[in-house]
Design a protein around this ligand. Structure first.
Ligand SMILES: Nc1ncnc2c1ncn2[C@@H]1O[C@H](COP(=O)(O)OP(=O)(O)OP(=O)(O)O)[C@@H](O)[C@H]1O
Length: 266
């Protein structure tokens, strides 16, 4: 039996004299969806950012996040880039967050974003356009040629999320982190995006970390749920168990407050 695709241990983040993430431990398996849930300010986004090399100014960080690269020794995603493997950022771990429009350069077409990402990850020039267009289609965008030629401001919120997903997936990351990406979308688009993400994770043996405060989302799309309370994982396990019969009072409060009949995919 192989180990986890990503093993995070002892992740601690201090900002000034505040400890905002405290010895976090989390294992993610290949082809599985894990939801990281918790109240606002519990440290979800800081944890996600740390895994892709983003940290606030002045933050002190320790711990390990060992990613099974599949082609050599594990890579510590928390180590400074010069101590890591040769793969550029995004090749191992992709990150999409809620304000995807803000992550796109307004003066650059969608196609140029994709071409640049694919170039940075060593895709041969002759293959970049076809690969990029295929990623747009895979992300559920109709008329990918039209989207390709357009600018970010011409996209709806849902289209911008799908473009951000296409960009994050283009390098074929082993780990994909989706941070509250569907909270601003209508329920039909939300379901389409999450169905697609889940199917993609299973098909490619990717680990998908779904960060959400929506327990209904966690219950429907995640295999496992980890509950973050004030910087610590207070409970984790199969989604149906954690949400259906929470063992920790903190989780129980979340479930009660959500009013969701959480527990298991619907
Ligand atoms: N750049 C920063 N400087 C100082 N403190 C920060 C910074 N970013 C986050 N924090 C603090 O760290 C804690 C965790 O923040 P984080 O954004 O990770 O929470 P979260 O669980 O993602 O919340 P939400 O669900 O509201 O997005 C919060 O108390 C927040 O105020």
């Amino acid at each position: 039996m192989s180990g986890p695709l990503l093993a995070v241990s002892g992740l601690t983040i201090d900002i000034g004299d505040r400890r905002v993430v405290d010895g976090l431990r989390l294992d993610l398996a290949a082809g599985e969806v894990t939801a990281l849930v918790g109240r606002s300010g519990s440290g979800k986004s800081l944890t996600a950012g740390a895994l892709v090399g983003l940290r606030p100014e002045g933050a002190a960080l320790s711990g390990r996040a060992l990613l099974d690269t599949g082609d050599g020794p594990p890579e510590d995603l928390l180590a400074p880039p010069r101590h890591r493997g040769r793969a550029p950022r995004g090749a191992r771990a992709g990150y999409v967050f809620q304000e995807s429009q803000a992550s796109l350069n307004p003066t650059v077409t969608v196609g140029r974003h994709l071409l640049e990402t694919l170039r940075a990850h060593g895709v041969p020039r002759a293959l970049r356009r076809a690969t990029g267009l295929a990623e747009l289609s895979r992300a559920g965008l109709e008329q990918p040629e039209r989207i390709w030629a357009g600018y970010p401001f011409e996209l709806s919120g849902g289209q911008a999320q799908r473009v951000a997903l296409a960009l994050a997936r283009a390098p074929g990351p082993r780990l994909l982190i989706a941070d509250e990406i569907t909270s601003a979308l209508d329920p039909v688009t939300q379901a389409e995006v999450l169905d697609g993400l889940r199917a993609d994770a299973v098909a490619h043996g990717r680990a998908l970390l779904l960060i959400t405060h929506d327990l209904a989302v966690a219950g429907r799309w995640a295999d496992r749920v980890a509950v973050l309370g004030a910087g610590r994982i207070v409970e984790s396990g199969p989604a149906a168990d954690v949400l259906g019969s929470p063992a920790d009072p903190f989780t129980a409060d979340l479930v009660r407050a959500s009013g969701a009949t959480a527990g298991g995919r619907v």
